[in-house]
Design a protein around this ligand. Structure first.
Ligand SMILES: Cc1cc2nc3c(=O)[nH]c(=O)nc-3n(C[C@H](O)[C@H](O)[C@H](O)COP(=O)(O)OP(=O)(O)OC[C@H]3O[C@@H](n4cnc5c(N)ncnc54)[C@H](O)[C@@H]3O)c2cc1C
Length: 423
């Protein structure tokens, strides 16, 4: 039986395949089509939704991994689609290149992360799909196509619904170091100064806690300064001890004694003390995640964040939530027809539920608030929107559907998830 990272999405596929070449991928797709079996591709299984579930063929690209080509002068690199992001980082270190931005983990596959518009934070930075210059796709007919023009704009963020992505050409930047500053701030100040904070550093984010009036902020700046000795030890303490062991203990205690949740949430904001470190960019962006949870995340027009967040915090308090809410900013783009930050500067609001805690009503209430602002869901996280509802939030929805009808006319890649979100 296959299960996702959280452990709450499971399926038993009739066939599993791990092709090691593009020709093998095409052969697997053709064989599944002959058996009239749905094909889903799995990366690292870190999507929180039912994205990859199938009783047909489950295809993993773990053996299609690694750098195919590197051009240090232009910064363009060819990457096999199954390559994990941490491997992309490590392989590129040797060439003095790096991904311009990353989310808070690095274990996803390149294709899994890009296909759902995975993002980090930074007012001037688009999601990971904006780094894609071109991609290679195996279609339902088993054809191998290098995508360009509007087909590429459809395929960058396609949630596995157009075919199997087998390789990307990605635009990299010169490798860089980051100075990270963590701080505690009154939530009211963060909301009042949100624009100045978001624009005031390369990568700004904050965590708000139900019942607590202080937020934890994180500001990252590119720097020429050398990596500081002690940064790795500090990262271990903050990211492994505080963000995992202590958070897990506090969440477990809250699950057992819900009446203590307000006090526990305030406790977290008081143990987090201000700190600073400098290290290689990708080591600062990502950290290990041992605490298991499920998540829903919404892309709001950035300007509404100060008004929306207090409403979401109130909902979290009504549901006695013992997990921080994460706020990040992403630049507008039109590189992907289905980019959640399509055409507008975006503030992402992520809500979580510790494993074993109820999430259904909490997430539904947040989704209802999102509807008032035409918020768009993260494609790899939980939401319950239908194709009709999503269509109203994406200006190029019909153009995407046209590409889908052409590339996958019989719905070979359409499991229940894809039918719900795309029809
Ligand atoms: C602990 C944790 C932290 C996270 N942090 C962030 C974050 O900071 N920012 C953020 O934006 N998201 C974050 N996510 C969400 C995560 O980045 C996405 O869910 C991403 O899709 C997971 O990548 P994956 O390789 O595990 O893909 P999977 O979950 O395996 O697949 C995701 C989707 O991609 C499709 N897919 C995978 N490979 C291919 C392929 N080769 N061709 C076509 N389609 C394909 C799948 O069919 C599926 O629909 C986080 C998730 C977890 C569990």
């Amino acid at each position: 039986m296959w299960h996702n990272w959280t452990g709450d999405q499971t399926c038993t596929p009739a066939h599993r395949a791990e092709p090691a070449s593009v020709d093998e991928v095409a052969a697997v797709v053709k064989a599944a089509a002959a058996r009239e079996q749905v094909v889903r591709v799995v990366g690292a299984g870190h999507a929180f939704g039912d994205n990859v579930l199938t009783d047909g063929t489950l295809l993993s690209l773990d053996r299609l991994s690694g750098l195919r080509d590197v051009d240090t002068a232009s910064g363009l690199v060819r990457v096999a689609a199954g390559t994990r992001l941490y491997a992309v980082n490590e392989l590129l270190d040797a060439h003095g290149l790096a991904l311009a931005n990353l989310g808070d983990i690095n274990v996803q596959s390149a294709a899994g992360a890009i296909s759902t518009a995975t993002h980090g934070t930074g007012a001037a930075f688009g999601n990971l799909a904006t780094f894609v210059e071109s991609l290679e796709l195996v279609t339902a007919a088993g054809a191998v196509v290098e995508m360009s023009g509007d087909d590429l704009r459809a395929a960058r963020v396609s949630v596995g619904a157009l075919g199997v992505v087998t390789a990307y050409t990605l635009r990299m930047v010169r490798a860089f170091r980051l100075r990270e500053r963590r701080d505690r701030m009154p939530l009211a100040t963060v909301l009042r100064d949100f624009d100045a904070l978001a624009d005031g550093s390369d990568h700004f984010e904050f965590f708000a806690f139900p019942y607590a009036d202080r937020a934890i902020t994180k500001q990252l700046e590119r720097t020429q300064d050398p990596a500081e000795p002690g940064s790795e030890r500090r990262a271990w303490f903050e990211e492994v001890v505080l963000e995992n062991k202590v958070l897990d203990l506090i969440c477990r205690t809250g699950r057992r004694f819900p009446s203590q949740i307000p006090r526990l949430n305030r406790l977290i904001t008081s143990v987090a003390s201000p700190s600073e470190k400098v290290n290689v960019g990708h080591k600062v962006f990502s950290s290990p995640r041992e605490v298991r949870f499920t998540e829903s995340e919404w892309a709001f027009p950035r300007e509404v964040l100060p008004e929306v967040l207090p409403r979401i915090l109130r909902v979290a308090e009504e549901h006695r939530v013992n997990f921080p809410i994460e706020v990040r900013v992403v630049a507008a783009d039109t590189a992907s027809m289905l980019s959640p930050s399509y055409g507008r500067a975006t503030a992402y609001v992520a809500v979580h539920a510790y494993r074993g805690m109820p999430w259904q009503e909490y997430f539904a209430d947040v989704q209802a608030i999102g509807a008032e602002y035409a918020a768009r869901p993260h494609w790899g996280k939980r939401h319950a929107l239908s194709a009709a509802e999503l269509g109203e939030r994406y200006p190029e929805w019909e153009a995407f559907q046209e590409v889908r009808r052409r590339l996958d006319p019989d719905g070979l890649f359409a499991n229940a998830h894809v039918r719900r979100i795309f029809g």
